[in-house]
Design a protein around this ligand. Structure first.
Ligand code: NAD
Length: 360
């Protein structure tokens, strides 16, 4: 059984790192990586070779592997070149791109979309969304600090007292909680919004204030996810966000509802009322953004407010994000491959959720 590791065309990360070699060996898998697959994550071809992973051309990896892994899905032409019946593991985001599933049926592949792994305790070690979100939350705060014309901690100097930065987090999920922890470590005063009742305790345990908007829809049946809120709720929330944003220096926006456009929480009017020099990092940019002006993968300035739209800041931490991604993939493979044989057991909830197209 051969596992192929492709070089990413749009990311710095690589999906499987040399550190996976031991686990691959224990599953009876031989691996081949595309030449220079890890170079943007600080991994040389030699590192793969030293760990028993072969190096080949892109064509060789695609044509000869039984399991192929990439973070970003490859082109249709390349999927056509894969072995019929092979397992192709990537991130297809079918919630955002619903036609993708019927389209994939053309390639006679078993397609696994890692972003469809259920968010259960059992699947936690394979949860790519969580591992990447956590890194993005951390990096969002560093990025905001870098664009901010002031510093985070309160400081008394001979030349005067510097007040602490006020930082607001919208959405205290995986990314938001990591942003709170990072901002607190840097000395900011932090407050956070979320619609899920469970978030309050988590926010407060990190030493931040929780801002409550009464009347959120019940999310108990949503498996840990947020549910869509009424327009009336969102309108009250936007008013409170505006009140808080006017006093904040930095906003880290992460609020999302799976399968839907991100809720609009920072309006044009809010931006017009914020202090010039404030920074917004919108991690919800790829699903429409929490800020009215957000442009995905762009940094813009409106009314002196710097608005950074980027949902994939984990890619800027390509070393650690490659290792975590690789660990998530290995943990998934351990439920699929035994002694060099892959079995896609549809009675297994994790496999059933993640397998978005089946070979015929
Ligand atoms: P996400 O990226 O879909 O959303 C980010 C946050 O935005 C969520 O906390 C959500 O409640 C919040 N949000 C949505 N609408 C909002 C609004 N109008 N205002 C403010 N906040 C809003 O979610 P996520 O971070 O991937 O996961 C959310 C939660 O799911 C986690 O905190 C965790 O409790 C749970 N989870 C559990 C597991 C597991 O058990 N394996 C794995 C991942 C996540």
């Amino acid at each position: 059984m051969v596992l192929g590791i492709l070089k990413e065309q749009n990311f710095r990360r690589v999906s499987v790192t040399p550190s996976a070699a031991k686990k691959l060996g224990s599953m009876g898998i031989n691996a081949i990586a595309e030449s220079s697959a890890g170079e943007n994550a600080g991994i040389k071809d030699q590192n793969y070779i030293e760990n028993g992973i072969k190096i080949g051309t892109r064509q060789e990896v695609i044509a000869h592997s039984d399991i192929i892994v990439s973070i970003c899905p490859v082109s249709d032409e390349e999927m056509m070149m894969m072995k019929k019946g092979a397992i192709y593991i990537s991130m297809f985001a079918p919630y955002q791109n619903q036609e993708v599933v019927s389209h994939l049926a053309n390639f006679n592949l078993n397609v696994v979309s890692m972003d469809m792994i259920p968010r259960t305790t059992l699947a936690q070690s394979m949860d790519i969304l969580s591992s990447m979100a956590s890194l993005s939350g951390y990096k969002a705060v560093l990025k905001a600090a870098d664009h901010f014309n002031n510093m985070f901690p309160m400081m008394m100097t001979a030349a005067g007292t510097i007040p602490p930065t006020k930082l607001m987090v919208l959405g205290a999920g995986v990314a938001g909680l990591q942003a709170i922890a990072t901002a607190k470590r840097l000395g900011a005063v932090v407050e956070a919004f979320d619609t899920r009742a469970a978030a309050k305790e988590e926010v407060m345990s990190l030493g931040a204030a929780f801002v409550e908007v009464e009347g959120a829809s019940d999310d108990k049946g949503a498996g840990g996810y947020a549910v869509q809120q009424s327009e009336e709720y969102l309108s009250r929330q936007r008013a409170l966000v505006q009140e808080k944003a006017m006093k904040s220096n930095i906003v880290i926006a992460t609020a999302q509802v799976r399968g839907r456009k991100a809720p609009l929480l920072i309006t044009e009017d809010t931006i017009n009322n914020m202090k010039p020099g404030s920074v917004i990092v919108d991690l919800a940019a790829s699903t429409g953004g929490n800020c009215a002006y957000t442009e995905n993968n762009k940094t813009i300035i409106k009314n002196g407010v710097i608005i950074i739209g980027n949902s994939d800041l984990a890619d800027e931490l390509s070393g650690v994000s490659s290792n975590l991604f690789s660990n998530n993939i290995m943990n998934f493979l351990q439920i699929v491959v035994k002694e060099g044989v892959a079995t896609l057991d549809m009675d297994n909830e994790i496999i059933k959720s993640a397998l978005i197209s089946k070979a015929n």
